[in-house]
Each structure stands twice: as structure tokens, then as C-alpha cells.
Ligand binder design. Sequence first.
Ligand SMILES: NC(=O)c1ccc[n+]([C@@H]2O[C@H](COP(=O)([O-])OP(=O)(O)OC[C@H]3O[C@@H](n4cnc5c(N)ncnc54)[C@H](O)[C@@H]3O)[C@@H](O)[C@H]2O)c1
Length: 394
Amino acid sequence: MHILILGGDGYLGWPTAMYFSKRGYEVTVVDNYFRRNSCTELDVGMLYPIPTLAERAKIWHELTGREIKVVIADLTDAEVMRSFFNGTVAYSWAIDKKFSGIPASVVHYAEQPSAPYSLINYKYANITLSNNLLVTNNLMFAVRDYARDCHIIKLGTMGEYGTPNIDIEEGWLEIEHKGRKDTFLYPRQAGSLYHTTKIMDTDLMWFGVRMWDLRVTDLLQGPVYGMVTEESVIDARLNTIFNYDEIFGTIVNRFIVQAIADYPLTVYGKGGQTRGYLNINDTLQCVHLSEQKPAAAGELRIYNQIMETFSVNELAELTRRAGTQLGYDVQIKNIENPRCEAEEHYYNPTYQGLLDLGVKPHYLTEESMQKMFKLVGKYKENIRRDVIFRGVKW
Ligand SMILES: NC(=O)c1ccc[n+]([C@@H]2O[C@H](COP(=O)([O-])OP(=O)(O)OC[C@H]3O[C@@H](n4cnc5c(N)ncnc54)[C@H](O)[C@@H]3O)[C@@H](O)[C@H]2O)c1
């Protein structure tokens, strides 16, 4: 089985590449280092340096004997995207440079993934809009033109739904209007321009499914936390990129770093913002199970990819309890909310589909947090307090 991973250098992309490689898949990854370059440009801290994608693939090969083919290229270039499906691909690093054949599945992670980034100013809003929509559109046309049977697994976000005052269903909502019924995509109302691009991605894919019978699984994911996966434990050089800044860091990862750095946990406003979360190892399970049981031709299959929900206050309290037991003096500080969002709201999402597929969740507990504290603590000297909070305003 050949699987193509778009955005294979990223927080989720690299662990996904190793996960599939270990399970015997032929894996090709592509990335243009957008994320790393943005970290450099914006001067935001990564917890530790990571080798280049080609170096990581070589380390993986040395340690496991398995090959992950690497392409460093920009997927907003339609010809680059098409090269993976029409056999013209130019590998940046591979032992066997022969075309691996049309992938049976493609995992689409290659986007600008930060809400604050998308709202720094109009320039970053434009980068987010053009990057995310062009990559998705290029993928849709490449699959339409060369590989209609290829299963697209696209990462969406729970943020597409916003915080409606009714239960959130899994992707679709049946509506009765003037005595007639139909099923539509669940209403979406994003809280950032990044999330708006994710809604537009979904619309593009839904169009491709209706027009050309594409097969698409849309995984609407909540914020992911964690660092280590079953594949990376063998060598720290295989660890994934880990940000703890406001731009690219996700909240649990950030809170743990803040606690270790003796920096009060930054709770925005009242802290009642509730979201669904998952461990990085569960992202891998979800993507794998979706790949094993693909969407049918002409199906847009949507799963809400979260394992549990927490308010920001609950996360801060959990971090405080976990940290205190390890001897850290963890303070919590409610600060003025730089975002435009409800700080207290109803939140009741459904997330049964992936559990039905067979995902075995890892839950966020004091114990699992303490494991992360111990891992992150090894890099304490690298933490830069000046990059933790920037206050990007909506
Ligand atoms: N991490 C989370 O908590 C989370 C939550 C919900 C959804 N998601 C979604 O999952 C996906 C992956 O997220 P992540 O956290 O791994 O982000 P990431 O930034 O670490 O990974 C994305 C990768 O795509 C690459 N990329 C971006 N534009 C590209 C382009 N034009 N050409 C080639 N490569 C490009 C980046 O360099 C980066 O390595 C994103 O689509 C994101 O929206 C992530």
C-alpha cells in the first residue's frame, strides 16, 4: 500500500509517516518547510531543534531499515501536486527513486494551522487563505484527473462548527423546513480566518464528491497534545516538532511548558471556553483506521476527531494539580482575552464515529500530564519566556 502524506514535516505529519512506515506501508512525504520557516520568521520558540526531513528519513532508515521517500516542494504549485499522481515526481531524498505508483490514500495535513497566525494582519490572513485553499484545490483536481479511486483523508477542525447553542452532530444535520426534509453539512461559523479556510476546504471537497464521485474522509479534529509516539521513542531525533508559543503551540502543550518555566498559565478571559481534545497517538489511530476503512466513491464521510472535552479552566486546574505533585509552583492567571470568542457557552459535540471504527482513546489525566511534564522538563533550559505570549488580537 502506498500512502502520500502532505505536510509530512509537521507536528502530525512526521509521526504519521513513521506510524504508516512501521506498519509496512510505502510512504512518501512532502513538505515545503512552511512551518519551520514561519517559526524562524516570527521568532517563536520550538522546544528543541529537529533535523531536516531528509535527515529524519535517513535516521528512520538506519534504525528500522524502512524507507520514507521525501519531497521538499510547495503544494500550492499545481504541477508539484500533480507529479505525485502522474509519475513525474522529483524525490529530494529516496533510496529507490523509482515512482512508487499512484497512492491508494493521501493524508492532507499541508496547511497553515494557526488561528492567531491568520489574524496577525492582512498579510498573514492572505497567506493562510491562499496557501490552504490552493493546496486543497490542487489536491482535488489532481485526484480527479489521475486517481479518482484514491482516498483523500483530510484534516479539518472542530473549530469549523464554532460554539452553537445546540448539540453538534457529526458533520451533517437533517433539517425539516415547511414540511420537507433534507440533510445538509452541519452549520459552520468559524472563530478565525484559519478556521474559515478549513470550512472552505470542506466545501471544496464536498463539491468534488458531488461532481466527480471522489472518496473523502474529513477528520474534524480538536486541539492535539503530546510529544512522543510509539515510533519516536526509539530515538529523540525522531521527536516531532514541538511549539509552546501562542502562534503554533496548542493549549495543553503550552500550559505544561508554562508551568515548567514558572510562567503563570495564561487563561483568556473567564476561561469557560470548552473544546474537544485528543492525544497525538489517537490522531494516528484515527487516521490509520480511516485509511483501513475508506470512504466510498461519492461519499464525504465526516468524523468529529476528539476523545473528551475540557474548558480552559479545567485544563489549567489539571495542569496545576499535575505540576504541583511534581514540585512545580504552578500559578494560573486570567488575562484579558485577545480573541473574539464566547467565554461561557453551551458545548455538546457527538464523537462516536471513530470510537465505532475501533479507536482506543488515551485520556488526559494527572498521570498522563505528569509523563509530559517529565519529557518537557528535559528541555527546560531551551524554554524562552519571551515567546510564550504575544497577544495577537482578533
Ligand atoms: N495540531 C492540532 O492540534 C490540529 C487540530 C486540528 C486540526 N489540525 C489540522 O491538522 C493539520 C496538520 O496540523 P499540524 O499541527 O501538524 O500542523 P503543522 O504546521 O505542524 O503541519 C503542517 C505541515 O504542512 C506543511 N505545509 C503547509 N503548507 C504547505 C505547502 N503549501 N506545501 C507543502 N507543505 C506545506 C508545513 O510546513 C507543515 O510541516 C492541519 O491541516 C491542521 O489544520 C491540527
